[in-house]
Write a protein that binds this ligand. Structure first.
Ligand code: NI
Length: 391
């Protein structure tokens, strides 16, 4: 099933792959600011003779036309960095930009996708169909995939495949499990309005501190008492702003939080319940409530056939001993916007190695990867496209 020529090319390109990743790592750009990265990718595609177009404001859609007719498979690699201060500054490829860092490994995804493109371009005459390359901006704010889809990234695409490097798994280990993989992530904001006044005269006031606290304590019952325990859900209030000084009864409160779910009915239920709880609690105290619920990413649900193909390809390319099943995470991935348009799947490629100090969690200032994992990821991209088209 896998292509031997691609495997051989990956060996030849491995030094270039590391260089590319280091370049991106040292010059991180934040979401929708990936101007230099976008240009660098375009210049590289020009050299390879691969047709592309830029998306607005950043991002690239490219296409390798196969020599034989067939379907179109899309490969996605995201490109944005985070506003995280790099702590492991001793590495020669440390960020040159204060306060910005590739702390999630998207630098590796861009580099791996470029090298996969180079290898696929070498075997394009034998490809039965086309490979769409999606160099995606702004994953960290869950806006980039949506923007690319709106600009036609998925038109004519039959299947889509994405990879995330994963520091929590050992180097070379690959997980692509059918079914739920990343959760849907929503944002909610609740505003309570009471009646402010002197801290010594509560009888003339409606205390927003009481209302907000009561809501924060009670709304957790939505998860613990009203939904099916088999349907995972998290409701977190991460921010609460209330009051102005110690001897003034607060008039206003603002609470902000996130909801993570896998199933649509659970999601709908929690959205409705937040409003119900907010309004009921406000009424109880004589205050008013205003609820804003913003739907973010859809859950990433891996298509069974696609995930099985990844497992077959990984087994053949690297050996069954490198396959593992990562449990679904309540974290989010905006890859889900591509999955809305075509079946596909999302794989994790391990890069954790205690000897190289690369087991730090994603988004931490010490985050780094075992560069040996790069070739695994790049080859997985290319072999998946090959296997999908030539199956
Ligand atoms: Ni990430």
């Amino acid at each position: 099933m896998i292509n031997e020529k691609i495997k051989e090319l990956m060996g030849q390109y491995s030094d270039e792959l590391v260089e590319l990743r280091r370049k991106f790592h040292s010059e991180p750009e934040l979401s929708f600011e990936e101007v230099k990265t976008t240009q660098f990718v375009c210049d590289y595609l020009d050299q390879l003779g691969i047709a592309y177009r830029k998306t607005e404001p950043t991002g690239v859609i490219a296409e390798i036309k196969g020599g034989k007719p067939g379907e179109t498979v899309a490969l996605r690699g995201d490109m944005d960095a985070l506003s995280v201060k790099q702590l492991n500054t001793h590495v020669p490829y440390a960020s040159k930009i204060e306060g910005k860092m590739h702390a999630c490994g998207h630098d590796t995804h861009t580099a791996m996708l470029m090298i996969a493109a180079k290898a696929l371009n070498e075997v394009k005459e034998e490809l039965a169909g086309n490979v769409r390359l999606l160099f995606q901006p702004a994953e960290e704010i869950a806006q980039g995939a949506k923007a690319m889809v709106e600009q036609g990234a998925m038109e004519g695409v039959d299947n889509v495949f994405g990879i995330h490097i994963w520091s929590q798994a050992p180097t070379h280990h690959i997980s692509c499990t059918p079914g739920p993989s990343f959760a849907a992530a929503d944002i909610f904001k609740v505003r309570f309005k009471g009646k402010g006044g002197h801290g010594a005269i509560p009888e003339d006031c409606v205390d927003a501190v009481m209302v907000a606290s009561s809501f924060a304590m009670n709304v957790q019952a939505v998860v613990s008492r009203t939904i099916d325990p088999q349907s995972p859900a998290v409701l977190t209030i991460g921010k609460m702003e209330v009051g102005t000084r110690f001897n003034v009864i607060a008039e206003n409160a603002l609470l902000e939080g996130t909801v993570r779910t896998f199933h649509q009915d659970t999601r709908d239920h929690i959205e409705n319940s937040i409003t119900q709880f907010a309004e009921s609690i406000a009424t109880m105290y004589g205050a008013t409530a205003e609820v804003e619920y913003i739907r973010g990413t859809q859950p990433v649900i891996n298509d069974t056939e696609s995930a099985q193909l990844v497992q077959q390809v990984a087994t053949e390319a690297f050996g069954a001993e490198f396959l593992y099943d990562e449990k679904p995470t309540m974290g989010a991935e905006d890859f889900s916007f591509f999955l809305d348009k075509a079946p596909g799947c999302f794989a994790l490629v391990g890069s954790g190695n205690p000897e190289k100090d690369t087991e730090w969690s994603h988004h931490h200032g010490n985050f780094d990867i075992d560069e040996d994992a790069l070739a695994t990821g790049a080859e997985l991209y290319a072999q998946y496209a090959w296997a999908y088209l030539n199956k």
